[in-house]
Design a protein around this ligand. Structure first.
Ligand code: PGA
Length: 260
């Protein structure tokens, strides 16, 4: 059984003080919810502060990117060693990293390897642009982006999180139709199976991302191949984010038991 994962990508929002306050509010809002993993991905400057608040309460923490080298002359970058001190996961290949900062599948491959080597679980993001979708290339694009997984072991693939985030759905309010997201994610899981075996494909978690909100989350979670969500805008305040976590949590005792 794959445990649902609701991940909040705070992007370049929140000072340390603001991040501390939001993390504390999220911890309170999701307290007691079972059967769901909750993950916070603050800016690098706030990782330490958020980790101290979130991890003791059972929440996970992710960096939003990292370099592949352990250390060196890479001004402005953060290394896997540094991230591994503070986080459980690292988001890799978010479309903003790819489009605004020139991240390539080749660089992402190095980062995926570095993540596993340092005990960090990668959340690898894939997704097509609108022009690619309109040209009928959505599946080919996301399958091509799996090149970043070249050379990883089946055992590592089993611990992978893969986020399908159509670029046109991110921050646009135009979420991908749940049935279509589920179809693409089925294609992705099949591809994982072909490369890493059925067992790894069955335990890797697949997240949908792109304008997820409390109104549309249930439709994604209802799909067999969708194990949770990577959330931007709706993760910047505790209440909409907690509503997403509640939607993914165990719903408690079945109704008939309430009467016994
Ligand atoms: P959004 O962002 O939820 O604001 O669309 C998703 C993401 O970029 O991960």
């Amino acid at each position: 059984m794959r445990r649902p994962l609701i991940a909040g990508n705070w992007k370049m929002h929140k000072t340390v003080a603001q991040a501390r306050a939001l993390a504390a509010d999220v911890v309170v809002a999701v307290a007691g919810l079972k059967g769901v993993e909750v993950l916070l991905a603050p800016a690098a400057t706030a990782l330490a502060a958020v980790a101290v608040i979130a991890r003791p309460q059972g929440l996970s923490v992710a960096a939003q990117t990292m370099h592949w080298a352990d250390q060196g002359a890479y001004t402005g970058e953060v290394s896997p060693l540094m991230v591994a001190e503070l986080a459980d996961y690292v988001i890799l290949g978010h479309s903003e990293r790819r489009s605004l900062f020139g991240e390539t599948d080749e660089a992402l491959g190095r980062k995926v390897h570095a993540a596993f080597a340092h005990g960090l679980r990668p959340i690898l993001c894939v997704g097509e642009r609108l022009d690619e979708r309109e040209a009928g290339q959505a599946d080919a694009v996301v399958l091509g982006q799996l090149a970043a997984l070249d050379g990883i072991a089946a055992q590592e693939a089993a611990g992978l999180v893969l986020a399908y985030e159509p670029v046109w759905a991110i921050g646009s309010g135009r979420a991908c139709d749940a049935a279509e997201a589920a179809r693409v994610m089925g294609v992705l899981r099949t591809a994982l199976g072909a490369r890493f075996g059925a067992e790894a494909a069955a335990s890797a978690r697949l997240l949908y991302g792109g304008s997820v909100n409390p109104e549309n989350i249930a439709a994604y979670l209802a799909a067999a191949d969708i194990d949770g969500a990577l959330v931007g805008g709706a993760s910047l305040e505790a209440e909409p984010f907690a509503a997403l976590v509640r939607a993914a949590a165990d719903q408690g005792a079945p109704a008939h038991e309430a009467f016994s």
